[in-house]
Design a protein around this ligand. Sequence first.
Ligand SMILES: Cc1cc2nc3c(=O)[nH]c(=O)nc-3n(C[C@H](O)[C@H](O)[C@H](O)COP(=O)(O)OP(=O)(O)OC[C@H]3O[C@@H](n4cnc5c(N)ncnc54)[C@H](O)[C@@H]3O)c2cc1C
Ligand code: FES
Length: 272
Amino acid sequence: MAFETDGIVVKNDRIKPLYFLLTIYCPPIANEIKAGQFIMLKVSDNHSPFLRRPFSIYKSYPMDHPQKNNRGYLLILYKKVGKGTQKMAEFKKGRKVNIIGPLGNGFSFPPLPSSTNIVLIGGGVGIASLYSLAEVLGSPRLFVFIGGKTKDDILCEKDFEGRNASKIFIATEDGSLGYQGTVVDLFLSQEKRFKTGAPRYIYCCGPVEMLKRLARAVNSKGVVCQASLEARMGCGFGACWGCVVKTNHRKTPYQRVCKEGPVFNIKDIVWE
Ligand SMILES: Cc1cc2nc3c(=O)[nH]c(=O)nc-3n(C[C@H](O)[C@H](O)[C@H](O)COP(=O)(O)OP(=O)(O)OC[C@H]3O[C@@H](n4cnc5c(N)ncnc54)[C@H](O)[C@@H]3O)c2cc1C
Ligand code: FES
C-alpha cells in the first residue's frame, strides 16, 4: 500500500559525470519497498517542475537489516537528464524530500529449478532496478549483463561483483569497456553458455530500443523474460492514464506502467 512521507537526504554523490547516488533516510519506505517497485519523488519545493519524478530503488535497508549503520536508508542511482534530475543533483545533506511509495508491481519470483540460468540484463541506469533483485535472488547460476553507450554509462559492476553474481558481462557501444556493441548483442553472443539443457529466466530493464530487441530475440525461443518498463508519469499511482503501454491482453490492451507495471512479461508488450 503506497503512502506519502518525508525523508532526509544523507548524501548525494556524483559517481560518474552524469550519474549520482542519492541516499535518503526514510525508514517507512525502506521497510516496505520490494525489488522492482518505485517511488515518486518531489524534486522541488516550488512548482518547477510541478510533477514528481519516478525512481527505482537501487538499494534499501529496512530497520531490521544486518548492516546497522545503513538501517532506514534508500539509495537512488540517477542520471541527470533534465530539469528534475538537475534539481536533484543540487540536493544537499539534511534536505527534506517528500516521497510517495512504494508504487507498482515489482519483480516476481516463480519457483524455478535450481539448475535455472538466471540472467539479468541492464542498459544504462536501468541496471539500478536489478541490483536489489540480485540481492534477493541468491541463485547459484546468475549471469549479469551490463551495457551502456560508453564506459561512463557502465554502473554498479563492482556491487554485482561483491554479490552472488556467477558472471558479469560488460558491453559498450563505443568499445571503451568490455565487448563492443549493445548489451543485447553481447547477451546473444553468449547464448552458448546457457545451452546446458538448463532452463533460462531473464529479468531486464533499460531503454525501449534495448527491450524491443530483446523481446524479438527471446519471444521466439519461449524464454520467460520480466521487463521493467519506463514511461513518462503524471501521478504514479494509476489515476491519470498518462503512462499506458499497449499489450496483448484482449480485455485490457492498454495497461498502466505505474499500476499494472512497471514489471511486465516482455511477451505481453506490443512493441511498435
Ligand atoms: C518506474 C520508473 C523507474 C525509474 N527509475 C529510474 C532510476 O532508478 N534512475 C534514473 O536515473 N531514472 C529512472 N527513471 C527515469 C526518470 O524518472 C527520468 O529520467 C526523470 O523523470 C527525468 O526527469 P527530468 O525532469 O530530469 O527530465 P525531463 O526534463 O522530464 O526530460 C529530459 C529528457 O529525458 C527523457 N525522459 C524523461 N523521463 C523519462 C522516462 N521515464 N523514460 C525515458 N525517458 C525519459 C525526456 O523525454 C527528455 O528527453 C525511472 C522511470 C520510471 C518510470
Ligand atoms: S502515471 Fe498516472 S496512471 Fe500512470
